[in-house]
Design a protein around this ligand. Structure first.
Ligand code: COI
Length: 381
């Protein structure tokens, strides 16, 4: 194998899903940083080409305070999941699409990018080097985070003189699960509301999402970077996200920046509505992230005979929708139980016999090797 064979060192952060004997408690995984054994990095020379990368122990990285990514946000992220098959093999879902999306984003952010081959090689190496962190089938995934960053120093606004491509990994479960420590005791809260020492904490587990329509702040605007996975897309959503969570909502649903009438996306996922046999989702015309899960769900839905429309969806159409759901690599396919707009709560069908559940099961089935991969989306590693 191309990765170092030394004994993996103990993870540097507290792994909050370990039991007293250091064994992973996979079912307790949420979506938090669990530091694994190895990461992979490659540097880009002045000629714009990335040179042979290598695996090192997962750990802190050092930059000049002048680094372009730190000062001016010149960076792109990706996110992919590796799943374990029943027979122990590892499966990677559409890595070529993620590599291509990083290339598009890099162009927008004026950065060189690794080739498709280099990207996939890095992801594979990271997955194999951290194989012990891939959860057993049905218990979660190993999330691989590729980062492309302007690592070289700048002061005047301009592109960095050096770039770094890095992939690291973390085992993950449900994106919306919340783990809480109380006097060092770990509590896993998956219900909607928990009364705890007089505090009312509203948390989301596998329960349907409750979204809050944000009217003040916007996520993206025409000509901006909403359509690429720039690191700078996520900081600006935090204020609205924290506010919505403090009001007991799971996440924020953003509207377009001009008319504030049309649905855009959720903090870390795309949005879909269903009415009868018609599935609708906003078009990727610059302000919407072209999600790989979004694209896959559209293809699966078309194959099942649904009509799929990529079009502007007015917030008022929510009054008529049968179902609403979110898609994303991290989020998966997540049912939305309610959307609150100007104090009115619209509710949608969730649970058994929903289209959301059917589409989600097919996608997960393909991703975990339980359903035949007719489209060749899967790479066995
Ligand atoms: C993903 O879905 O993989 C993402 O990158 C979203 C992330 C911001 C959690």
């Amino acid at each position: 194998p191309a990765f170092p064979l030394q004994q993996p060192r103990k993870a540097s952060y507290k792994i909050y899903s370990e039991d007293e004997n250091g064994e992973m408690e996979w079912e307790k995984l949420g979506f938090g940083p669990v530091s694994t054994d190895f990461m992979y990095s490659m540097k880009c020379c002045e000629d714009g080409n990335f040179v042979q990368g290598n695996l090192t122990h997962h750990g802190n990285i050092e930059f000049s305070p002048f680094a372009a990514v730190l000062n001016y946000g010149q960076g792109i992220i990706e996110g992919l999941k590796v799943n374990r098959k029943e027979n122990g093999g590892l499966l990677l879902f559409r890595p070529d699409q993620h590599a291509l999306r990083m290339k598009m984003g890099a162009q927008r952010m004026c950065m060189p990018s690794p080739s498709i081959h280099q990207f996939i090689h890095a992801v594979k190496q990271t997955a194999l080097a951290n194989i012990r962190w891939v959860p057993p089938p049905g218990k979660g995934s190993l999330y691989i985070r590729p980062l492309l960053i302007g690592s070289g120093p700048v002061l005047r606004v301009g592109p960095a003189p050096e770039y770094m491509f890095l992939t690291y990994a973390s085992p993950v479960g449900n994106y919306f699960k919340v783990l809480l420590y109380l006097n060092d005791k770990q509590l896993i809260l998956t219900s909607n509301e928990i009364e705890l020492y007089g505090l009312l904490i509203k948390l989301q587990g596998r329960t349907p999402l409750s979204l809050y329509v944000e009217e003040e702040e916007v996520r993206a605007f025409s000509g901006g970077v909403g359509g690429v996975k720039s690191v700078s897309n996520y900081g600006p959503v935090l204020k609205a996200l924290v506010r919505a969570k403090s009001l007991g909502f799971s996440d924020v649903l953003y509207l377009d920046s001009v008319s504030k009438k049309y649905l855009e996306e959720v903090s870390a996922s795309n949005i879909f509505t269903l009415k009868g046999n018609v599935i609708s989702t906003p078009p990727t015309s610059g302000t919407i992230l072209p999600g790989i899960t979004r694209k896959s769900i559209i293809e699966i839905a078309l194959g099942l005979g649904f009509q799929v429309e990529e079009r502007y969806i007015s917030v008022h159409e929510l009054t008529e929708a049968d179902e609403v759901f979110c898609t994303g690599t991290a989020v998966g396919v997540a049912a939305v139980g309610s959307v609150t707009y100007r104090g009115t709560r619209f509710e949608f069908k969730v649970g058994e016999n929903t289209v959301c559940q059917a589409l989600g099961s097919i996608l997960v089935g393909i991703q975990t090797g339980l359903i035949e991969d007719k489209e060749e989306w899967i790479i066995n590693i």
